[in-house]
Design a protein around this ligand. Structure first.
Ligand SMILES: Cc1cc2nc3c(=O)[nH]c(=O)nc-3n(C[C@H](O)[C@H](O)[C@H](O)COP(=O)(O)O)c2cc1C
Length: 320
């Protein structure tokens, strides 16, 4: 059974972005579910021995904290044997096992994983059945609508198979793999998926304001919404969506509030092994839209260590 979610707004998995510190912030600001960055099933298996012998804990290679719960772990890779094993290795630690069938990056699709799987109906069926039979925890799925414009409705068949095989929730990002992030997400497809499904549907794509979230829910009937890029450098969005859905109004936050939140993020990163380059990218996202922001961002880019970055971000208060 799926856990109970405290909010209808979920934080999307984003490789290099949704690190455990940012996920925790999104959770603290009201996200109903957070999902790890996608993880290669073979890299999980490679750690099996260390985990069994207790020389390493799972947190050392998939970092997360208890405060993030409910937390979903996202897997990719299509080797059935490896998939079964990897799912069983991570199962004890996570509340949901999510399977990635949306990633458009060529280095993923070329190894018959991510979005490329949408056109492999038989293999897909085996993947779902393998996962659902391997673990007792709920298995969910994240998909794009299709591979190319000519196959943009593949989600219909895949969703039907998923439901038949026991997948418990589907997130749809209604763009094709070949679209990448161009054009608009076609929310009509989320509506259609909701109409043909008997399991919860999570609508995803292009939500950047609380109003967008409400519009998607109203127009598509989806059970939950998932936000990726709109929450980058802006975890306040979850609180705002929750308030807007409840009361039709929400608090606005200033750049100063965003900077405060960045320092809170920085403090949280102490507990994890997040690369400095990734922390700098987060700093850039927290300053998006700020007056004098482009100068600030170039300084951030050239900063060499946390101390330098802290000083630059402290100076930014005079801009906000
Ligand atoms: C930098 C980046 C990394 C992403 N990594 C993942 C990932 O690891 N797994 C996944 O399922 N989707 C990934 N996505 C896709 C997002 O989860 C989401 O489906 C997409 O960005 C559309 O939602 P949005 O318009 O709210 O950003 C990524 C997106 C971005 C921008």
């Amino acid at each position: 059974m799926l856990p109970k979610f405290s909010s209808r707004a979920f934080f999307a998995p984003m490789a290099g972005v949704s690190d455990p510190a940012l996920r925790l912030q999104c959770k603290q600001k009201g996200a109903g579910l957070v999902v790890t960055e996608f993880t290669n099933i073979h890299s999980i298996i490679a750690k099996e021995k260390q985990l069994e012998e207790n020389t390493e804990t799972i947190q050392e290679f998939i970092e997360y904290s208890e405060q993030e719960r409910p937390i979903s772990v996202q897997l990719f890779g299509s080797d059935l044997f490896a998939l079964e094993k990897a799912a069983q290795i991570v199962e004890p630690y996570f509340d949901i096992i999510d399977y990635n069938m949306g990633c458009p990056a060529p280095h993923i699709t070329q190894q018959m994983a991510g979005g490329a799987l949408l056109q492999e109906v038989n293999l897909t069926q085996q993947i779902f059945s393998t996962l659902v039979n391997a673990v007792k925890k709920p298995v969910t799925l994240k998909i794009r609508s299709g591979v190319t414009d000519a196959s943009k409705f593949l989600f219909r068949e895949i969703a039907e198979i998923a439901e038949d095989e026991g997948i418990q929730m589907i997130t749809l990002h209604p763009r094709t793999v070949s679209q990448g992030y161009s054009g608009n997400a076609d929310w009509n497809m989320i509506k259609e998926l909701k109409e043909i499904s008997n399991i919860p549907i999570v609508g995803n794509g292009d939500i950047v304001t609380p109003e967008d979230a409400k519009t998607m829910i109203d127009e598509t009937g989806c059970d939950y919404v998932m936000i990726g890029r709109g929450a980058m450098g802006n975890p306040f969005l979850f609180e705002q969506i929750n308030d807007y859905l409840k009361t039709n109004s929400y608090n606005e936050y200033s750049f100063k509030d965003r900077l405060d939140l960045f320092f809170d993020y920085l403090h949280l990163t102490n507990q994890y092994k997040i690369k400095f380059a990734n922390i700098k990218s987060q700093a850039i996202r927290f300053t998006k839209g700020m007056k004098g922001g482009s100068k600030l961002r170039s300084k951030i880019t050239f900063s060499k260590n946390i101390e330098e970055l802290e000083k630059i971000m402290n100076d930014a208060y005079t801009l906000s």
